[in-house]
Design a protein around this ligand. Sequence first.
Ligand SMILES: Nc1ncnc2c1ncn2[C@@H]1O[C@H](COP(=O)(O)OP(=O)(O)OP(=O)(O)O)[C@@H](O)[C@H]1O
Ligand SMILES: [Mg+2]
Length: 255
Amino acid sequence: MTSSPKTTLTVQNLGVTFSDASGVLHALHDLSFTLLENEFVTLIGPSGSGKSTLLRVLAGLVPPTEGNVHYNTAQPKVGLVFQKANLMPWRRVIDNVGLTLELEGVSRETIHDRAMELVKLVGLEGFEKTYPQDLSGGMAQRVAIARSLMQDPDMLLLDEPFGSLDALTRERMGDELLHIWQARQKTVLMVTHSISEALYLSDRVLVLSSRPGTIKLDLKVTLSRPRTPDMQYANEFNILAQQLRQSLSEEIETL
Ligand SMILES: Nc1ncnc2c1ncn2[C@@H]1O[C@H](COP(=O)(O)OP(=O)(O)OP(=O)(O)O)[C@@H](O)[C@H]1O
Ligand SMILES: [Mg+2]
């Protein structure tokens, strides 16, 4: 008998409202979903539907206005990666990767060993002493991913991490991310605007409605793993892509 997978995160009836002098803006409304341990889930939705806001709530940076967010551990560790790597230009690759642990006062030796292991994992061995100005966009994003893994997070939140990369680099980075995910066994929630990227990478795709964002579709990706580039031309892939496209275009038409 196989045991059922554990839940990493439960979001219940989440609502987020921003208010300032100019008025009130409902960013998210009545959003509920769960993420299972080691699950790779992507989040797709129109611009302004609250995807980044949701990630910021899950990272504890924005408080929910309504509902709640519950992790299955008391003090969850969350790694965040944004569209821009935001590396510190005066620090070498290895020192950018190690930064978060330095702030926690962990010994230099432990930080160095762990950072070096992650530099290798993201395929940057040999570049550990390089400064950010000498890295390509894809390499800088690999540093940002390595940095987010330094604290061995329970959950990895990725906000359009490959959005500024060219198409081929983006595809390669997707494969590398799958490799990292398989090696490190993390629960991943990743925002993307690309239907094919969402399907290629994830176990499930959540579609957000236009603002205020709520879950419009929770699509199980039935493709087998490991994923290979030729799957993108298969019938099964196209059927799923059509379902996503239909769901998204209904939202964009209502904008
Ligand atoms: N701190 C804030 N104060 C006020 N309004 C905000 C704040 N953060 C986000 N918003 C608003 O909330 C809405 C959702 O923004 P959010 O950045 O989450 O959208 P998104 O889905 O990530 O969009 P995109 O695809 O363009 O990145 C937008 O209308 C935005 O202007
Ligand atoms: Mg966003």
